[in-house]
Design a protein around this ligand. Structure first.
Ligand SMILES: O=P(O)(O)O[C@H]1O[C@H](CO)[C@@H](O)[C@H]1O
Ligand SMILES: [Mn+2]
Ligand SMILES: [Mn+2]
Length: 413
């Protein structure tokens, strides 16, 4: 029996991207900088966490070695204690962009070779024709924002006016996104989703990667809070991905968290969602129980990115990594010979970095294949090597991009 479990720790980069300079991110290192801050006592928070970063289970899968492969960074002296059948390495992204769709699509064997559309960091950020079309076809009295902004700040700034006027708050970032924040009750959640679907259609010709619904609750600037009803409307992948290939031969692809949205629901058999990393971990464990021969469980843990990376919250990010790591044994005990578990990431989001955006970084590729030898898979030149390895493991034919490292970890050559 062969099954594969792919867990993406959203934004958990390990630095060292050869082309980071081009993104203004040379030197960024999500894992390295969090680990350093923790070691130096700069990530202590009363009632949350204290001291050095404790992620022994990921270290035993080779996280420290992966980080060393990516940048030469030494995490700690336990770095050599890697468990039998664990494999570890780092991967460089070849796609353009440093956002979620680029990272996930490349992991699934489809590097993004075209340039995404971006909105300029000007006010207004959106072309006048687009704004007019959003108002007319979205049937709203106008829009607020129309600029680059971090999501919490823009709700604080325009939330009350939004409630008063019924105008949705539309904003963007350095990523290829058009985000719409609106009040779940005053504006209405379903109405927000409908509005986003309209916007999705309008920005398709502009090659915008995602339209993101950002619902929030609260009545005043001081009390507004975003809810877990966020929804991403991604442009569909332009070519078949690993998921389509699996679905095409009748295997199940169980998507946990926002994976379904990221692939515009192409090649997805089932979507399971829950609020928060821990809820998602529960869903991932159930999905592992349910997966059969030839199936893939593809999970995304988004809190690292949304709650801590973008918020530049080092202590929060560290605590989230520690919480995830504490639960990892629950997944490890479910593994049987024939299974393959890979932990990876889609881009960086260094919480010590300037600004509030993603950072272009290499990603860790660590995991275990019980019954195989494991070992050092080195520095992979594309995230697509992950998808190709999963493909080979699940006995799919070769895809168009990437090179499987299955033989390196003792699998069929
Ligand atoms: O600041 P918030 O609204 O969380 O937005 C962030 O979330 C988007 C998707 O990850 C990024 O492009 C960034 O703009
Ligand atoms: Mn992401
Ligand atoms: Mn993000």
């Amino acid at each position: 029996m062969a099954r594969a479990f792919l867990f993406v720790l959203d934004s958990f980069g390990i630095g060292g991207a050869a082309d980071a300079e081009r993104y203004g991110d040379a030197g960024s290192n999500t894992f390295g900088h969090i680990a350093q801050a923790c070691a130096e006592g700069r990530a202590d928070r009363e009632g949350l966490r204290k001291g050095p970063l404790l992620v022994p289970n990921m270290v035993s899968l080779g996280l420290a070695r992966a980080a060393h492969t990516a940048t030469g960074f030494r995490f700690d002296s336990t770095a050599d204690a890697v468990s039998a059948s664990a494999f570890h390495g780092a991967a460089q992204e070849i796609s353009s962009g440093k956002d979620t769709p680029s990272g996930h699509w490349e992991i699934a064997g489809l590097p993004v070779r075209f340039d995404w559309g971006y909105f300029p960091d000007t006010v207004p950020a959106f072309p006048a024709e687009l704004t007019e079309a959003m108002i007319r076809e979205g049937n709203v009295p106008g829009i607020l924002g129309n600029c680059h902004a971090p999501g919490t700040a823009i709700i604080e700034r325009f939330g009350e006016e939004h409630i008063r006027t019924g105008k949705p708050i539309c904003y963007t970032s350095v990523d290829s996104v058009l985000q719409v924040a609106a009040h779940e009750v005053h504006f209405g959640l379903e109405r927000l989703y409908e509005f986003c679907k309209t916007v999705r259609r309008l920005v398709d010709p502009l090659r915008i990667g995602r339209v993101i619904a950002r619902p929030f609750l609260g009545e005043t600037s001081a009390t507004f809070e975003r809810t877990y009803n966020r929804h991403d409307y991604a442009v569909p992948p332009p070519e078949p991905t690993l998921l389509d290939r699996l679905a095409g031969r009748g295997s199940r692809v169980i998507a946990v968290g926002k994976i379904g949205d990221i692939f515009a629901h192409r090649g997805i058999s089932e979507v399971r969602k829950a609020p928060g990393n821990m809820g998602m971990f529960d869903k991932a464990l159930r999905a592992m129980d349910d997966a059969g021969d030839g199936d893939l469980v593809f999970a995304n843990f988004v809190d690292f990115d949304t709650e801590f990376g973008h918020r530049r919250d080092v202590a929060g990010y560290a605590a989230a990594l520690e919480a995830f790591d504490r639960r990892l044994p629950e997944a490890l005990v479910k593994l049987k010979p024939g299974d393959l578990l890979i932990l990876t990431a889609d881009h960086g989001n260094d919480p010590t970095w300037r600004g509030t955006d993603h950072t272009r970084e290499r990603i860790p590729v660590i995991g275990t294949a019980p019954g195989l030898t494991g070992g050092d898979i080195g520095l992979r030149t594309t995230f697509a090597d992950i998808g190709e390895t999963v493909a080979e493991h699940l006995a799919l034919g070769q895809g168009r991009h990437g090179t499987s490292f299955h033989a390196t970890i003792g699998g069929h050559a």
